[in-house]
Structures are given as C-alpha cells and as structure tokens.
Design a protein around this ligand. Structure first.
Ligand code: PMP
Length: 358
C-alpha cells in the first residue's frame, strides 16, 4: 500500500501464476506448458529475424501474421486481432466490450481465474453461474429469460481448470439468444481435442474466439495470442489496443509466430503426442486411486479418493515435481496436472505411488 498509488490500485486482486521454481531435477507440470517444444521452423524464423532490422519498429498492423492466422481459419485478416499473449487480448476484450454500466458479466463459478481479476481491474460487475455437479456448463443458465441482459458472457472452452469441453451447438445457442452482448470463448486448450467455435463466426457477429500460441504451439515464452471475430468487434479491440500500445508484438515474435502457425505438420504431431500421453496418464492416475475428469486439454483435473490434494502437491514438490492446486470453492480437493511426455508422466506416477503409500 502506498499513498502515492492511484485510488483503485489497493483494491486490485492480481492473478497468481503457477510457481516458476528453481529446484534441481525439476518436473514442471503446473502451468500447462507443452513438453515438445516449438516448431523448428519457428525457431529458425526467429533466429533469422534477429538482424539489423531490429532498429525499425515492427509493422504495427502485423499483416504477415494476421494473414497467416486468417488463412488457417478461412477468415479475412481484418477479422484477426493479435496480442502479447492471450491474457493481454482478454484484458482488451474486457475493456472494449464488458464495461456496460450496471449490467453484469456472466461467467461460470469455476473457470479461468484471471477473468475475475479483470472484472476488478475494469470495474465490471459480474454474476457467477454455477457449473453442474459434474463441472459441465448448463446451457439453459445462459439462454433462459433474464431481468437484465448480461454485459457479456465469457468462459473457457475446454474449460480451465476442469478440462471439460462444450459442444458447438450450445455455443451457437448462447450467441444466438444474447445478440445484444459479446460472447467470448477462450479456446486456449481447444487444439487438444475440442472443436473451435471459429466456424460459427460468420453466423454470429457478437462472438469472439481467443487462442494462444502458449499451449498447442509450445511458445509460452514468446507471448503471442490472437482473437477471431467480426470486423466490427476487431475494430473495437484495435481502438483499445492503439490507445494502449501500438506494438505489443516485437519483430522476432511476429516472425516466430507466423512460422509456427504455418507449420501444420509439427502442430499435428505434437498435439497427437500430448493427447496420447493424456489418455495413458488418466488411466494410470485412476489405477492410483484418483478420479479424473474427462479432459480435452493438455492437463488433467484429478481428485484422490482418500488423500488430501494439498498434501499430495506438497510431497510431490519435495520430489521436484510441481502440479497446480487451487485454493478455491468446489475445487480445493483437486489437482491440475499438465500432461508431459510419456517419460515425464511415468516419473510422476512412480513418485505418486510412493507418496501415496507413505
Ligand atoms: N486462457 C486460459 C484458459 C489459460 O489457462 C491461459 C494460461 N494461463 C490463458 C488464457 C493465457 O495464456 P497466454 O497469456 O499465455 O496466451
């Protein structure tokens, strides 16, 4: 606290990212990074981009990358918005679309916790809508009659940290019944087995789909994300962005991200490997006494039948393995475990076996 701060700063509740520990022989399964690494073509493109050209500002319209993303989704480049990680895009989304006076943003009670941080930051009232007991989203809660239309709707699909995916028909129904607000689908994990709502964009001008290169493209350290939407909504995001930072992506990131998006073979191969590893990990965890939610992501959400999640996480950490635990209502007996390579998952399960037996 400082008397020199602006008034609202003391009231902020910053997001707490997963631990970045420096411990020997670390196995980091707590922040959903991809164990397979970025496309070699992306690495080569970035190396080539480190040149005398760095004295110049990057293309503030980032047309090369926007065109590459647009091609992949059969959209126009002016339907693509870029940001320094999808977190930055989400921040601009809240600023551009959800600040609508008294109206509340609707979001699930269990979802990506950064959304609530942005609510505070931008002073957006919100209404938490409970997920069903099995952590699925009840579509009727979003499409039913209401006294006051929402300021907007946001959720992750597949959801985080549960890993559960919602079908496209349900997303279409929500976008259709709430045409007076923006519906944002955060698809950070969609490439690991769910279906993207990008195909709905031509029918729903109020829909925004947000993607990141941090997970399926294994570029968390590069900080690149993009949003797909109607030109009307992208124009709103650009107005906000250009009132904040004209150049959120540097030239090296633009080059690497474009090459990564264009390397479909690497993307396919590494996503398949993660999904295969996930299925084995889920089965092995069940053998060890965990119940595991069905996952369409690069993590699993699991609860042990008898042992405390905090204790398990602490003891794994003693063995150099980090997993994520959320001290939050309804989910505090679960662990969110990132899917690693088969060898990494084996080490996790071997360690769990001894931790649980002690
Ligand atoms: N959305 C969800 C659901 C996430 O889990 C994350 C990663 N923490 C993000 C968005 C942000 O990803 P990034 O900023 O790395 O693109």
């Amino acid at each position: 606290m400082s008397a020199l701060w602006s008034d609202h700063v003391a009231g902020l509740v910053p997001y707490v990212p997963g631990e970045q520990a420096r411990i020997p022989n670390l196995l980091k399964l707590n922040t959903n990074e991809n164990p397979y690494g970025p496309s070699p073509k992306a690495l080569a493109a970035m190396q080539a981009a480190i040149s005398d050209d760095l004295r110049l500002y990057p293309d503030y319209q980032a047309l090369g990358l926007r065109r590459a993303v647009a091609r992949r989704f059969r959209l126009e480049p002016d339907q693509v918005f870029l940001g320094n990680g999808s977190d930055e895009i989400l921040a601009h989304v809240f600023n551009a679309f959800f600040r609508r006076g008294e109206r509340a943003l609707w979001l699930p009670d269990v979802t990506y916790s950064f959304y609530r941080t942005y609510c505070r930051f931008y002073n957006v009232p919100h209404r938490l809508i409970p997920l069903a007991d099995d952590f699925t989203l009840r579509i009727g809660d979003y499409t039913g009659d209401t006294d006051q239309e929402p300021a907007g709707i946001i959720f992750a699909n597949p959801n985080a940290p549960t890993g559960c995916a919602l079908d496209l028909g349900s997303i279409a129904a929500i976008a259709q019944t709430r045409p007076d607000c923006v519906v944002v689908i955060d698809e950070a994990y969609v490439d690991f087995g769910a279906e993207s709502a990008a195909s709905l964009l031509e029918r729903y001008p109020n829909l925004v789909v947000v993607h990141t290169l941090s997970k399926s493209r294994s570029l968390a350290g590069l900080r690149v994300g993009y949003a797909l939407a109607s030109t009307e909504l992208i124009d709103g995001l650009l107005r906000v962005k250009d009132s904040f930072n004209s150049y959120p992506l540097d030239q090296v990131a633009l080059a690497g991200a474009q090459a990564a998006i264009e390397d479909e073979a690497w993307f396919e191969q590494t996503c398949q490997a993660v999904m295969q590893s996930r299925e084995k990990l889920s089965a092995d965890l069940q053998t060890l006494g965990f119940s595991v939610l069905p996952s369409s992501t690069n993590f699993v959400f699991a609860r042990h039948r008898s042992q405390d999640a905090v204790v398990i996480a602490r003891r794994l950490r003693d063995h150099g393995i980090l997993v994520r635990h959320f001290q939050a209502p309804r989910i505090d007996d679960y662990l969110r475990i990132t899917v690693g390579t088969p060898e990494q998952c084996q080490r996790l399960c071997d360690t769990l076996k001894s931790v649980l037996a002690d």
